[in-house]
Design a binder for this molecule. Sequence first.
Ligand code: 5RP
Length: 200
Amino acid sequence: MMNEKQLAAEKSIDYIKDGITLGLGTGSTVFFLVNKLAELVKHGLDVKCVSTSYQTSELAKNLGINTMQLNEVDYIDLTIDGADEVDRKLNGIKGGGGALLFEKIVATESKKVIWIVDSSKFVKKLGRFPLPVEVIPLAANHIIKRFKESGYNPIIRMNESKNYLTDSGNEIIDLHLHEIEDSIKLEQDIKLIPGVVEVG
Ligand code: 5RP
């Protein structure tokens, strides 16, 4: 039986029209999308894809999907991506898979963005899922100190015994906030700190 992630992912295929430039997100939900898309491509669907991570690029290329660099396309018609948490106003948290920077760039250059999420991702208030902040490694300890002072409960993301590195060679600090009152203001405040690259 299909799980909710797969159902959501495969439903989003309905929005992919022949000839479009498509942004592909990252994560286990997008995995189902890319696999289904590959079937359609084999049957003649013509799409140019821009990926949001090394992980998705490799998957797409191995399945025979035409992938391009963001700088090689003029615009993206539609991006389909997952999300870690979504509230009723469709504010969300992204970056659980570490691809927040490219995901936000690709989404910003897209005419339309669809998030494919299962029911476990819906929350009344954002913050149960730790908020990822991508930072320049040189500044990480100082930014962690600032976050501690602000009561944000920061934890540096690890990959086994080493600090996790994004596709851009940056580190991620996950903020265990539990509840976010004003997500827009929080994002703006965090982005003002030098060394912060992006907020999920
Ligand atoms: C990656 C992301 C993903 O979209 C998010 O983590 C959801 O992942 P999944 O589909 O595996 O639940 O933001 O940076």
